[in-house]
Design a protein around this ligand. Structure first.
Ligand SMILES: [Zn+2]
Length: 156
């Protein structure tokens, strides 16, 4: 259950972990992993994808608040699988006369997207070299988590 307040809860996450996931209203990160207040950082955006701003937050999380491990969770039934980057950009341009400076990071398959994001995070210059990055796809229908591995990973 949610704590009444954060009194006595240390600012650095006690599990030393940051979770990157989608803003989808059906995902309760704390319930999903059985977490309590103060245990992890949670970074959310459309898709749970690794963007420049996610890297910014993860770098601060690691360098200033002593986290190390990163978990990326994307999911089935995600809105980002319902359009392409090109389509969305063209829609916006048609309506507003301008193209966004950012990319949507739309994807066909959450597995492929998680795999790309794991690889990207493992090569980020400002993250600690001993960072453990793991990725999962959440089945939104039954809340099961399937781990995603990258070619060359040791079987866990
Ligand atoms: Zn989503």
């Amino acid at each position: 259950m949610a704590a009444a307040n954060a009194r006595g809860v240390a600012v650095p996450p006690s599990l030393g972990t940051a979770v990157v996931t989608c803003m989808d209203s059906r995902i309760d990160v704390f319930a999903l992993f059985g977490l309590a207040l103060g245990e992890v950082h949670v970074l959310r955006n459309a898709g749970g994808v690794v963007t420049d701003d996610v890297v910014r937050s993860l770098t601060i999380s690691q360098r200033k608040l002593r986290t190390r491990d990163i978990i990326v969770v994307q999911h089935s039934g995600c809105g980002l699988a319902t359009f392409t980057d090109h389509q969305f950009t063209e829609e916006l341009a048609e309506e507003t006369g301008r193209r966004p400076q950012w990319r949507t990071h739309a994807f066909d398959s959450p597995e492929t997207s998680v795999r790309r994001d794991i690889v990207q995070l493992r090569h980020e210059t400002f993250l600690h070299p001993d960072t453990v990055v793991r990725g999962f796809v959440l089945d939104i229908d039954n809340f099961r988590l399937q781990e995603v591995f990258v070619a060359g990973d040791d079987a866990r």
